[in-house]
Every structure is written in C-alpha cells, then in structure tokens.
Design a protein around this ligand. Structure first.
Ligand code: ACM
Ligand code: ZN
Length: 567
C-alpha cells in the first residue's frame, strides 16, 4: 500500500476526510478552528473521565456515551487538579478563554491525554461532543430505540424507554482511537433549534427524549414543542382538566386515532410529571425546551375545553377556532394555564404562536367590539396586537420573554418580544421594519426550514411530505440567517435559526427522524459554524462520514442520493 492510500485509510478510520486542502476532520457542525496533530490517543474502558466543579453533567454524558460504546460502565469522577493526568480526559475551566463565551471550548487531544477547557458547562458539553466525533463512529453506539424506515417504506415499532439505555444492548468496542488535534470553537448563534408537533401526531415522552438526545449530538440547543392546536391540547393543566379529556380523541376523530394506533395510548397528552422529566433530561444535554401554547388562533382544542373563552354575539356562542380577546375571562384562564406551565418549564422563552389567526368573529363579537372601543383600537389587527401585548407583559412580569410567529410583528409587537420569521417573501417587509425598531428575531423561513416538506423531488421513493414544496439538504444548508439589512445595522438582533417538523403528515417516529436527518445536520452547521468556512461540497463529503455516526446511534435518516451531490 502506498503512503497516500495508508493516509486515506487512516483518515477514514479515524473520522478524518481528506479534502483538497489536506486533512479536514469530518466534524458536524464544523468547528471554528481545527489543527491536526500527530499520533492518536486511545480511549479505553479504563480511561479516567475527570471533571472540575460545575462540569459534572458534561462529564457524565461523555462517560455515559463511552459506557455504551464499550458495553461496560465508565464513571466520571471529580478532578483533583487542573493538569491532565496521563491517560485521562479532563474537563476543566482553568485557563478558559472568556472570549469563547458560555458555549465555547478548546479541546486538546495529545498522545498522553485529553483536555476540554471551557468557562461554563455548555462549552464543556460541546467539547465532549467534538471529542466523541473525533473518535470512530462507534463512539455514538447505542441500542436503536426505533426501527428504521427508508424511502416510502414505513416500519413502525414503538420505542423503548431511553432514560437508562441498556449498556449491553449495543455491540461493544474495546477502545476508541482519537487523532491528536486542537479544536477552538464557539457557536455563531445562541438559538439553534428544532420544532416538533405532538398536537398533530402525538409522540410519547420517550420519543421526545430520544429526539433531544439526537439534537445534542449536533450541538442543537432549543426544542420548541407545539403543545396545542385545533386538533389537540397535549399538556396536563390541573386547573382545567377539560382541556385534556381521556376519550375525546376517540370520539371526535376516529380517523386520527386509527392513524395513531402504533402508540396504543389511552391518552394523548403529557402529564406535568412527564414534562418535568423531559425538561430535566434535556437540561443534562444543554437543550432548552421552549413550550408553545397557541393563542389567540389555532385554539380549537382549547375552546372545546373552555368554550367560555370564545366569541359571542349577544350572549350566543360563535363557531370558530380563535379565543375572544374581548373577554376578561380569556386572559384569566390563559394566564392561569400559563402559571402552571411556568412551574413546569423553566425556559426564559415561552412561545404563544399567534400565527394564522382568523379574525372574522372578532368583527362581530359583542365583547371584541366593546374592547376595541374601550382601548381605541381601530381594527382587528390592532386587537391582535393588544392581545399579544397583554400576554407579553404578563410573561415579562414573571421574568419570561414572549416568542411568537412573525404575525406578532405585523400587529405591532413591542421589541421586548421575539419574532419568529417564517413566511418567506410575504413577511420580509414586516421583518425589515421590525428589525429597524430593534426587534429580536429567530429565522425559520419556509424556504429553507420547513422539514416537514419533501426532501427530494423524486416523490415516489419518499414518505409523505407536506404540500408540494421540496427542501433538499442543499437548500437547508443554503440558509443565511442574517439578512443584509440586519447584518449592516445590528446583527445581534438575529438570535439564531430553527427548523420546523410540523406534524400533520408525520405518522410515525421513524418518519419524523427521516424528515429531520440529514437536513438537521445542515441546519446545525448553519447555526453553529462561521459563515466564511461554509461550503456545501465540503459539507457533503463530511456528511457521508457523519452518517456512520447516525448509523451507530440508531438514528433513522434519509440516505443522500444524486440530487444531494454537489454540482
Ligand atoms: C406556521 O407555520 N404557521 C408558523
Ligand atoms: Zn370576541
């Protein structure tokens, strides 16, 4: 074998891909700076994982992954000093570069040991993820929680609980060889998100945990859960049990239940205890759970449980899926509901949806009209703004920040709230104007970020996507979250990017994973990596190796085809 072939073989085995410019680690998302060294460090079941005060979660996660890879328990222990003992992996804050921020880290792999240096816990966690990615894909080995699906063929097998994965369930390896390297890294954006939608097709709490676990491997850190919509209300509210009737789904929508038989669940909502366990599971992986409670529109399920919050004409109930912003009762019930949910979700960000709100009823409703006169509101768009403003003020009073879809910018949200840009093209002017007024934004445009859309024009070989649009992996990769008009003025207004997996067409958990990956790998790079180094052809080459990690972790994904190849 000649030298070049030996080098290529080593590179592939060690997770390095040879690019035109030399050795490029096949890390996803691509770090800010990587310097390849010489030689390797062997991680074995005997390797000590040591951590400084405050970094236990990151060390426990790393030790947990290694336990799965080796099929034997690897324990993390508090470190005695700040230098790396020979043969150990040390997570430390000593000497951390403050400029790398809370999520940044530097990672040094030498033949004698590994140092992950970070000022704060999230940075140490991301350093650990990078270390695992530098190792062979077996570092992500885990018993598959769900059965896979490829192309149009669906297999549905309920997932196993994932809080305590079965160590013996994964096929073990004896050691992991990590190439020596130095990585200095921090994310470009603080919001790197996905949205999942159990209101349309219900996912069990274990499936949500699984989803979070897979996000963490990609340094994604925000999961928005669309907990409510016309079809269903998915969160237990003690004060308002009528929102979550045990039997309503069976009675109201037998077709929907038939489509969901694979769960065989008696209820399609999460108890508060389950939600708290999800929040805790996610926190250990530095993923923030952003709950979304749709209001004032998309409120069909809410109104079935609380009809007194709907619009009325002369005391007679109107048909519709929007709450009545004229009635004081509406604020009392919604804020009472939020009071309970704020106990469950510590997230600074609370999403109230506020998109696609039909306002026809408001023009006729006695209470809405009365409210408009009393507040001097000249139209129903302003009434929408009044409603959002009140909810925003309420949440602010509780130390939280309201997030809403870009309709909140149209109706005049105050800059204290966060707008999620989604209507590509249609809301560009609104977003432009709002940003000029200092509006914070998260970018999730339909043109790049709606991962429920088809991911290939070859629809015959794909499971059902939403609508007719196609968002290829390349299209997902091409998102630039910072529009020129914001880049020049105040780039800090864009908090980050998010992709949305709306649930209407997602009939099984393998299906939603298939829609998510590998496009979420592209999103992770958009949201994390410096824009200067982004290049689709080079990403594509790294991705083909990264998919081996997804295989090892048991993550279902769409195998890239010719349409994904760089031109
Ligand atoms: C949305 O897709 N209605 C935010
Ligand atoms: Zn009304």
């Amino acid at each position: 074998m000649n030298t070049i072939r030996i080098a290529i073989l080593f590179a592939v085995l060690s997770g390095l891909a040879i690019g035109a410019a030399g050795a490029t680690p096949s890390l996803i998302p691509k770090p800010m700076k990587v310097t390849a060294g010489e030689g390797t460090f062997q991680i074995t079941p005997e390797t000590n994982v040591l951590y400084a005060a405050g970094l236990a979660d990151a060390a426990d996660y790393l030790a947990g992954r290694l336990s799965l890879a080796f099929g034997k328990p690897v324990a993390a222990r508090p470190a005695r000093g700040t230098t790396v003992p020979s043969g150990a992996v040390l997570l430390t804050a000593a000497g951390a570069d403050a400029k790398l921020g809370a999520e940044g880290y530097s990672l040094t792999v030498s033949k004698n040991g590994v140092s992950i240096c970070a000022a704060k816990a999230p940075g140490a966690f991301y350093g650990a993820i990078t270390l695992l990615q530098l190792a062979p894909p077996a570092a992500f080995r885990a018993p598959a929680m769900v059965e896979g699906v490829l192309g149009g063929k669906q297999t549905v097998k309920p997932p196993r609980p994932c809080d305590e994965p079965n160590i013996a369930g994964a096929k073990p390896v004896g050691s992991l060889a990590v190439p020596c390297a130095t990585v200095v890294d921090k994310p470009r954006f603080q919001w790197r998100g996905l949205l999942i939608d159990p209101a349309r097709h219900f996912w069990t709490i274990d499936e949500l945990k699984q989803y979070v676990d897979y996000m963490a491997i990609h340094k994604l850190n925000s999961l928005q859960i669309h907990l409510t919509d016309h079809q269903n209300w998915c969160a237990e509210i003690m004060k308002y049990p009528a929102l979550t009737p045990e039997k309503r789904l069976n009675e109201a929508d037998p077709d929907r239940v038939a489509r969901q038989t694979y769960h065989k669940l008696a209820r399609h909502y999460y108890t508060q205890k389950e939600l708290k366990s999800l929040v805790a599971f996610a926190a250990k992986r530095f993923v923030n759970i952003v709950p979304e409670f749709e209001m004032p529109g998309h409120s069909g399920a809410f109104l079935r449980g609380c009809p007194q919050c709907g619009c009325t004409v002369g005391g007679k109930q109107m048909r519709g899926g929007e709450v009545c912003p004229g009635k004081e009762k509406t604020y009392q019930v919604l804020q009472g509901m939020l009071d309970e949910m704020l106990e469950v979700f510590p997230s600074r960000y609370i999403h109230i949806g506020a998109d696609e709100c039909g306002k026809r009823n408001w023009r006729k409703c006695t209470d809405c009209q009365k409210r408009m006169r009393a507040e001097g509101l000249k139209d129903v768009t302003q009434l929408h703004g009044y409603f959002v403003g009140r909810m925003s003020k309420y949440l602010q009073g509780k130390g939280r920040t309201l997030v809403g879809w870009d309709e909140i910018l149209e109706s005049g949200a105050k800059a204290g709230a966060i707008g999620m840009y989604w209507r590509s093209g249609r809301s560009d002017n609104i977003v432009k104007k709002a940003s000029a007024n200092g509006q914070y934004l998260v970018m999730t445009p339909t043109a790049h970020c709606y991962f429920d859309y088809w991911q290939s024009p070859d629809k015959k070989s794909e499971p059902q996507g939403f609508g007719r649009s196609v968002i290829t992996m390349k299209k997902a990769y091409e998102l630039e979250p910072l529009p020129d008009y914001i880049k020049k003025t105040n780039p800090k207004l864009v908090l980050g990017a998010q992709a949305n997996l709306w649930g209407e067409r997602m009939k099984s958990f393998p299906h939603i994973l298939y829609q998510t990956y590998p496009r979420a790998c592209a999103l992770s790079e958009v949201a994390w990596s410096p824009p200067e180094g982004r290049n689709y052809a080079e990403f594509h080459a790294r991705l083909l190796l990264h998919l081996k990690r997804l295989d090892a972790a048991g993550i279902n994904y769409r195998q890239p085809t010719d349409i994904d190849k760089p031109k």
